[in-house]
Design a protein around this ligand. Structure first.
Ligand SMILES: [Zn+2]
Length: 328
């Protein structure tokens, strides 16, 4: 049994150590990114019945400072399906449920234009009406390339979003609505502008890229990711391959090439039914570390927290990622 004076001495020491450790630390902000989120089909029906496909992640998302999902469908009642194998359209009733868990949606992907520019423009309005923010899309080219800047605990964090998976016809024009296309020089210019023009402390591009079902990033992804970091990106987050891919640490910055699916009915192998929620920790100097929460997606496309899987994590200064269990 410890004496009362020993207890108070230890408590005092702990406070002192805490103060010393915090002297030079800038505040840490957390940012969660969820991969491909399609809210038609079963997820849409669940919401129509008053359900919530994100419910298993409510606590995890609530504790993050910034929450972004890749919205891989159009949300509108307008438009005709384009000439594609898969087209995804969700009812506007899904947006309040998205808003419950997320701050913003990334729109630069190969499905947000599935029902034409009028439906896309309608979605932009509906997103704003729901109190959500968006990035990677707009009523014109300039808007689509404008960074979304979050201000949290004195940090300005700029997020950009680009698609480079066909069709390119979803791209915004000078006066027409659509998404931001990943044209290398433009991406580099946007990253620089985020810092200079928008006074961002950190810049994080979200990419829709890579080949489906490939569990290693391809040379094109690696090339552009390095260019983005060279231009000033603090991290690169990717998706679209429907599976998780390898992670690179380049010049001390994490490149998470693909977080895989999140809410996705159309899956045809087990790897497509295992994604990550990515959580980045940020301070004034960049990303201090990240963790990945493993996600299981059932045959209805609905996600739950995976219970028996480990996944990659990383702390600033490490050359490669480690394996962690973020549930512990
Ligand atoms: Zn996609």
């Amino acid at each position: 049994m410890m004496s009362r004076s020993a207890c108070s001495w230890i408590a005092g020491l702990m406070v002192y150590v805490g103060l010393v450790l915090n002297t030079h630390a800038s505040p840490t902000v957390s940012l969660v990114f969820a991969g491909d989120t399609v809210l038609d089909d079963t997820a849409g029906e669940l919401i129509a019945q008053g359900g919530d496909p994100f419910a298993p992640f409510a606590t995890y998302l609530k504790t993050a400072d910034i929450r972004i999902a890749n919205l891989e469908c159009v949300v509108s009642t307008l438009g005709q399906a384009g000439d594609k194998v898969y087209t995804f359209k969700a009812h506007p009733r899904v947006l309040p449920v998205v808003k419950k868990h997320f701050d913003a949606v990334a729109l630069a992907n190969n499905h947000s234009g599935d029902f034409g520019p009028a439906a896309f423009a309608d979605m932009l309005q509906l997103i704003a009406q729901a109190g959500l923010q968006h990035v990677g899309g707009g009523m014109n080219l300039k808007q689509a390339h404008t960074p979304l800047v979050f201000q949290r605990q004195g940090l300005r964090i700029a997020v950009l979003s680009y698609n480079e998976f066909h069709p390119r016809s979803f791209e915004a024009g000078h006066d027409t609505p659509g998404v931001a296309w990943s044209e290398d020089q433009q991406v580099v210019a946007d990253i620089r502008a985020a810092r200079q023009q928008y006074q961002a402390d950190l810049v994080i591009p979200i990419m829709h890229w890579g080949w489906e079902n490939e569990r290693q990033a391809n040379p094109r992804q690696r090339f552009l990711a390095q260019r983005m970091v060279d231009a000033g990106a603090d991290a690169v987050i990717g998706g679209h391959p429907h599976v998780t891919q390898d992670i690179a640490i380049y010049k001390g910055k994490p490149i998470v090439f693909s977080v895989g699916n999140f809410v996705m009915k159309e899956t045809d192998n087990a790897y497509q039914r295992q994604g990550w929620l990515l959580k980045l920790y940020l301070d004034k100097r960049g990303v201090t570390g990240f963790e990945t929460l493993p996600v299981n997606i059932d045959l209805d496309g609905l996600p739950t927290v995976a219970t028996e899987t480990t996944s990659p994590c990383w702390t600033r200064g490490e050359k490669i990622t480690r394996v962690c269990d973020p549930r512990k």
